[in-house]
Design a protein around this ligand. Structure first.
Ligand code: GDP
Ligand code: MN
Length: 396
């Protein structure tokens, strides 16, 4: 689960991680009031669940960016007015952009140097791991690709948790010295505590800055939580902003389906995560590209299958649909009725390839055959994948 920068900064504040003073505004009037209250040089920052806002710009006005330094309250108001209600386009939003519903008005910082620090779970070492770089403000993926030597990594043993030496090692590694090294080291230890306490999957400060007056502060905040841990954090779940979520992923979540949108053109509807993974593999094996991962679950109902179908069809990239079902707990006839209902409801026109196997398979096939729908049956997974790739107009 993602949250906004201002929410991440509120968490940082509670842990004693220095962040600039600031408040959130939803109207130009509020922006002006906050700006007058804070006074001096300010930054107006669009709040969307995507990075790259500084370089990003309004879809309808390329000269208006998502982060702007201003010197007067009236300019803060004007920039808030320009952003609010309009779509901001960044390299992370997709071509249609994301509508700005809130802006953060902050006291501006005089930057001496920008750094990158982040925490992720390294699955290879099974440790929460610090990533740090002197190349702050840049995308870390780009730094990793172009200057891997500029990236420091440091895993933390879960048995000891974060220790003073972790912070020092990273701070000195980044070139901090003396008092600022102490400040950076302390900040890093607190950041680790945020990660652990909130069951985060990612905590990132880009940029962490050294100010001209010698302070070390978090100028940006990106915090993602592990969805599977949200049941034990009702206070964090309250930070969810459904308006920022992908409409298809949200509909899937609400129907208790696991859905992940991908870049290909073959929509997949599968029961069971393992089968869904191997379906994507076999599509790739025969030269195609899946449009999504979609697991309707072992005990799928006809209603869930209908929802799943609608979600797949909302994706304009989809050129063919592959249904791959192994009827165990979910019986083939139940899935077949779901497919028929959904296909009729949405007036399905694109190629539909179905591979059914397992409990009540004959009944399922009979229902599909008598449905009047144009369905391409497949004998097995490989056959299904080949037919789907061909129907979608690609493949080897
Ligand atoms: P992002 O582009 O979405 O990652 O947004 P950031 O919060 O990281 O801001 C982008 C860039 O704006 C930063 O890398 C800074 O260079 C600049 N910026 C943000 N806040 C300030 C500030 O208070 N003062 C100055 N001078 N620059 C800032
Ligand atoms: Mn940033």
């Amino acid at each position: 689960m993602k949250i906004h920068e201002f929410q991440g900064k509120e968490i940082f504040r509670r842990y004693g991680i220095p962040v600039p003073d600031g408040e959130i505004a939803t109207t130009p009037d509020e922006a002006q009031k906050i700006a007058e209250k804070l006074g001096g040089k300010l930054v107006v920052k669009a709040q969307i669940h995507a990075g790259g806002r500084g370089k990003g710009s309004l879809t309808k006005a390329a000269e208006i960016h998502g982060v702007k330094v201003v010197t007067e309250a009236k300019d803060a108001r004007a920039h808030a007015q320009a952003l609010l209600g309009n779509a901001l386009h960044t390299h992370q939003t997709g071509p249609e952009g994301q509508v700005v519903r809130r802006v953060l008005i902050e006291r501006a910082t005089d930057i001496a140097k920008e750094y990158y620090v982040g925490l992720v779970l390294d699955r290879e070492t099974a440790r929460v791991t610090f990533i740090a770089s002197t190349e702050g403000g840049m995308e870390i993926e780009k730094v990793a690709a172009e200057m891997p030597e500029k990236i420091l990594r440091l895993g933390v043993d879960p048995a000891t948790g974060v220790q003073a030496f972790h912070g020092r090692k990273l701070a000195y590694g980044l070139g901090f010295t003396g008092d600022t090294a102490n400040k950076a080291a302390k900040l890093l230890a607190k950041l680790y505590q945020v990660f652990i306490d909130t069951d985060a999957s990612l905590v990132e400060i880009n940029p962490l800055v050294l100010t001209k007056s010698g302070d070390v502060i978090a100028l940006d905040a990106k915090v993602n939580f592990d969805d599977n841990a949200m049941t034990r954090h009702p206070e964090l779940l309250a930070l969810r902003d459904v308006e920022e979520e992908d409409t298809r992923e949200r509909a899937a979540k609400d129907a208790e389906l696991s859905y992940v949108a991908l870049d290909g053109n073959i929509g997949c509807l599968v029961n069971g995560a393992g089968l869904a993974m191997s379906t994507m593999d076999i599509i790739k094996y025969v030269g195609g590209e899946p449009a999504n991962f979609l697991d309707v679950g072992g005990g799928a109902t006809a209603a869930q299958v209908t929802t799943a179908f609608k979600i797949i069809l909302q994706d304009p990239k989809v050129k063919a649909i592959l249904v791959n079902i192994f009827g165990g707990i979910a019986k083939c006839d139940v899935i077949a009725s779901g497919i028929i209902t959904a296909a009729k409801e949405v007036g399905l026109k694109m190629p539909l390839i179905v591979r059914l196997e397992g409990t009540n398979v004959e009944l399922g096939k009979k229902l599909l055959g008598e449905s009047g729908l144009s369905i391409t049956p497949a004998n097995d997974m490989l056959d299904a994948a080949k037919k789907a790739v061909k129907a979608a107009g690609g493949g080897k």
